[in-house]
Structure formats: C-alpha cells, structure tokens
Design a protein around this ligand. Structure first.
Ligand code: SAH
Length: 246
C-alpha cells in the first residue's frame, strides 16, 4: 500500500534537499521517489544528506515533466504553502489528505508533489494535480524547508497507514468504477478543448474557460465509466460538427 504512494520533487535546486527528503520518506516506510528535472543530480551532497537512505537516492527515477511523473496516478496532491486562485479541492488538514491517499493507494498509484525551493509549483503544475494540501503553520512565516515539508506529510501518511481500518479498506472496486488516471483525464480535457474550439465555443482566449472546466471535473471526480460516457458524447458532437462542415 505504501509502495503505491509516490513522492515527487519538482526541479529541486539544492541536491542536499533531495538527500534529506529521501531520508525523510524512508523513515516513514515510503520507497517511490521521482525527481522532475532536478538541477544537479546525482550529486555527492544528495548522497551525504541521505545518510542511511542512499538506496532511495540511487533508485530515484528522473523524468522530464510532472505530467510524466504522475501519468498513472489516480490522485495527485500538490503541497503548497500558499492557497492558489485555482479552485481545486483543498485539504486544510494533512491527516485528512493522508487517510484519503492511503485508501486510494490500496488499489492504484497516487502521488504527493512538492515544488521548488524558490517558487513552489507553477499554476500549470498545480493544474496537473487533483487536490492541494497545506501544512498549517505560523501565518507570519509558514513556509517550511522542502525536506521538512516532505517529513511532515510523510509522517502523516505513515500514521494513516498504521491506523488504517483492520481488514483494510472496502474491497477493490471493479475497474470501471475506479478513478481514472491523470493521463486518462488529460486525454478527456484535450478532447473537450478540441470540441470547444471546433464549435466556436471558445472565443475569448484569456477567459480561462478550460481551467474552470478542469476544476469543475476535478470536483466532480468522474469514475472511469462516467469519463468514457463523456468521451462518447464528445465524439458524437465531433462527428456532427464534421458533417455540418462537409
Ligand atoms: N517559496 C515557495 C515555497 C517553497 S518551499 C512558495 O512561495 O511557494 C518548497 C516546497 O515545500 C513547496 O513547494 C511545498 O511543496 C513545500 N512546502 C513548504 N511549506 C509548506 C507548507 N506550509 N504546506 C505545504 N507544503 C509546503
């Protein structure tokens, strides 16, 4: 279950933070570390701060984009000190986030994503997440060091896993009732955008219509069957548009 929980660090600047984060997650029983475009890696500083968690540093996967890092995940939580304007579902309490991720991880991969030391996650990266979480902290100075934020949230995950209901969670759902992966949702949003363009619905490029619709679908959390129903609807509208044009 914990092996289905991925920790993703986006464009980490200090290699020491990669090592310290590896140590933080290993102490909490997590093993899946993915690095998106780290500035310097591998690096002796990462190994030095990892101490006994060097195996995790060595097995960390390096990928070129956040989309790639989370493509197969059904739930992706972005850790952010500041609330963003994007209306994604937000966990105010890390323990509520941890219970939900641990529950989903019983059947499917999930991810917890951390931003850059200097400017966190971009809006485009937040858009790849399904949820956000903040660690409640001093309102006058609430930004933690990256690896310490990893430690706090990894501890919450470990605690939720230890306290998971006995007999584990309800039996795994049949595939069509499970949450779609981020990649499947991404294909849906691309399809929706194509139809909105072709039909002339998107007239003002800066209205953020697609971001608002993405947020709506993130809140609705369609399962795989509902998503394929929506894809079918889009395909039929597309055929209709082609006939009108032809
Ligand atoms: N200057 C950046 C903060 C970077 S801290 C900013 O203003 O966004 C590096 C990362 O640690 C953040 O991207 C976030 O993933 C995590 N982090 C730090 N403090 C946090 C907090 N209070 N709650 C949740 N995540 C936090």
């Amino acid at each position: 279950m914990l092996s289905n929980i991925r920790i993703v660090l986006v464009q980490t600047y200090h290699p020491g933070n990669i090592g310290a984060s590896a140590r933080a997650i290993k102490t909490m029983g997590l093993t899946d570390l993915v690095l998106v475009n780290p500035r310097r890696f591998p690096d002796p500083e990462a190994s030095r701060l990892a101490a006994g968690a060097e195996d995790l540093v060595e097995s960390a996967r390096v990928v070129g984009s956040l989309a790639e890092a989370v493509a197969d995940c059904v739930e992706v939580v972005g850790a952010s000190a500041r609330l963003r304007s994007l209306p994604l579902p937000h966990f105010d309490e890390p323990d509520a986030m941890a219970r939900e991720l641990v529950e989903h991880a019983a059947a499917d991969p999930v991810a917890l994503v951390f931003g850059r030391e200097r400017f966190g996650l971009t809006n485009d990266e937040i858009r790849l997440c399904s949820h956000q979480v903040s660690i409640p902290a001093n309102p006058a100075y609430g930004i933690l060091n990256l690896s310490q934020a990893v430690q706090v949230l990894a501890y919450e995950l470990f605690k939720a896993w230890r306290r998971r209901p006995q007999g584990d969670y309800r039996p795994a759902l049949p595939p069509e009732q499970r949450q779609p992966s981020r990649e499947q949702l991404g294909h849906f949003h691309d399809h929706l955008e194509r139809v909105m363009q072709a039909s002339g619905f998107l007239t003002q490029p800066h209205a953020r219509t697609d971001a608002q619709l993405q947020a709506l679908f993130a809140r609705a959390q369609p399962n795989r069957k509902e998503l394929s129903l929506l894809r079918g609807l889009l395909a039929s509208l597309e055929r209709h548009l082609h006939r009108e044009k032809g």
